[in-house]
Design a protein around this ligand. Structure first.
Ligand code: HMG
Ligand code: MG
Length: 301
């Protein structure tokens, strides 16, 4: 078995993670979180989202966050944009990339962005056109790719169809997302095989939640297929406000520990990352869910 020699982590804690916190985290803490992550070696980061503050009040200060962070060259600071209004926010704050998203579940799309799968793709057309004109690259997510919170079967064919459309629209990467964290490794491979039949392998990314503790096992399954673009969240922050029962994203520390053990280089300093996991967790008043962050807590000096 051969594995990729490198992997790219796309750190989503500051958006996908903090959007799910009951408390609104102050701007300065978000800025420090992002800067610490970059200092630990993260080169691609989701810094916030320009969405309706009525829907997701936790992200209402994204413009301030984007303005306050000291940017490091070579690092891509991305924001999630559901529509043109969001896109304008991304441009005004000089985001390096934007994230668009749809889902393989009709019910989830309705709850998340108030429209069907087909409408969501149509809604992104103007955003995509503007991004292409402005030379801003975009990544796209397919949520609920391994299961839905709304009692419906998700077929790999549906996931592949949505992925193909988003890739056809020009996304540089399609992130296949197990939004509710129910998937298992062989199922993951079946879904990724369906997607790999319709878009290039190097345009496929993965995004797992750890609800059933399968996050790193599923990433291992993806690595076996040569897929090395991984979304993860420091301290395992996250969940999804529109996916009842979903817990956090797979923790970046757990992923980096596994990659280190496999000799796969992702450029991240594990100790600095674990210190960052404790920084945000201490602020939130609870320990990180990551086993690695807990195991390394007293071994950081
Ligand atoms: P709507 O209510 O259908 O849209 O929401 P609307 O156009 O009627 O707008 C309603 C209000 O929102 C208006 O304000 C707009 O101006 C405002 P009002 O006139 O009532 O005062 N508005 C905005 N404000 C700021 N920024 C904007 C914006 N757009 C409209 N961009 C909408 C539709 C898409 C806006 C709403 O449903 C929304 O914001 N949804 C976002 C929900 C969200 O962020 N979900 C999480 C992201 S997806 C995810 O987490 C999954 C993923 O991480 C993968 C995984 O984890 O598995 C990607
Ligand atoms: Mg997520």
């Amino acid at each position: 078995m051969t594995y990729p020699s490198t992997a790219r982590i796309f750190e989503v804690g500051a958006r996908d993670g903090l959007q799910n916190e009951k408390q609104i985290v102050p701007t300065d803490i978000k800025v420090e979180l992002i800067e610490r992550l970059v200092d630990a070696g993260v080169t691609a980061i989701e810094a916030g989202s320009f969405v309706s503050p009525k829907w997701v009040p936790q992200m209402a200060d994204t413009a301030d966050v984007m303005q306050k962070i000291s940017r490091k060259s070579g690092v891509s600071y991305g924001v999630l944009t559901p529509n043109m209004k969001g896109y304008e926010g991304a441009v005004a704050t000089k985001a390096n990339e934007i994230l668009i998203f749809s889902a393989a579940s009709e019910a989830f799309n309705q709850k998340n962005i108030n429209c069907s799968i087909a409408e969501s793709l149509e809604r992104f057309e103007p955003v995509v056109e503007a991004a292409k004109n402005d030379g801003i690259r975009f990544k796209a997510s397919v949520s609920c790719a391994l299961g839905s919170p709304f009692d419906e079967e998700i077929s790999p064919t549906t996931v592949a169809e949505v992925a193909k459309k988003l890739y056809g629209m020009g996304a540089y990467e399609i992130s296949i997302a197990d939004t509710i964290g129910v998937g298992t490794p062989i199922q993951t491979q079946k879904v990724l095989e369906a997607v790999a039949n319709v878009i290039p392998l190097d345009a496929i990314g993965v995004h797992f939640h750890d609800t059933y503790g399968q996050g790193t096992a599923n990433i291992f399954a993806a690595l076996q297929m040569g897929i090395n673009k991984i979304d993860s969240s420091v301290a395992g922050l996250g969940g999804c406000p529109y996916a009842p029962g979903a817990t956090g994203n797979v923790a970046t520390e757990d992923v980096v520990y596994m990659l280190n053990g496999m000799g796969i280089d992702c450029g991240i300093d594990l100790k600095k990352l674990v210190k960052t996991a404790w920084f945000i967790s201490d602020y939130l008043g609870r320990p990180p869910v990551s086993s690695v962050a807990k195991a390394l807590k007293d071994k950081l000096d």
